[in-house]
Design a protein around this ligand. Sequence first.
Ligand code: DX5
Ligand code: ZN
Length: 223
Amino acid sequence: MTVRIAPSILSADFTILGQQIAAAERGGADLIHVDVMDGHFVPNLSIGVPVVRSIRKVATVPLDVHLMIEEPDRYLEAFVDAGAAIVTVHLEVLPHLHRTLQAIKELGAKAGVALNPSTPASLLEDVAGMVDQVLVMSVNPGFGGQTFIPRSESKIQAVRALLDRQGNAAPIEVDGGIDSSNAARLVEAGATILVAGTSIFGTGDPERAVRDLRAAATAKAGV
Ligand code: DX5
Ligand code: ZN
């Protein structure tokens, strides 16, 4: 099984963002995960479209944009134009999620759906046939450096089963509190994209941290 590592730049040193991304890519990063926060859906503010546009110029891997914002429909086109290859929206803010996913696809990007820790996997049921990716939040969104919520493991299993029932091989991404200690278990549960901020950019050596995380993720759990 191929595991993809998606370093989250939320924990990067923004004064040398290009260098940090290059280091993560040398270590084998498969995607660059960009966390967009609006101070409403989550208590924190982070970055937006102009930063995505700048990163697009230096990154050689696809940009995985995670929108933690209340009205994502207003910004989909701007993020795709700026270079987002994957746009992930939160189910909790979208009464017309089906329409939003269609809009992302029509713009030419992959459409992801994110679930908060308190959101049941079953709410995905009616869009499970059309999602390109599901993001299981393993911390409450808004901040880097939080502690992994263990129940996320069974959430990943439930999402995998739900997607499989509908014949959708879309990957599951897990985001929050991921490091070498829990990576293998998450892969075993069915996640194939691991987002990590602190355990990659919080170290002095992002290149090595990406390699270490991949090694841990692909080691057989419990061995
Ligand atoms: C949290 C973000 C995450 C965050 C993960 O709201 O969605 O992508 O950067 O950071 P760590 O790996 O530090 O938990
Ligand atoms: Zn994220």
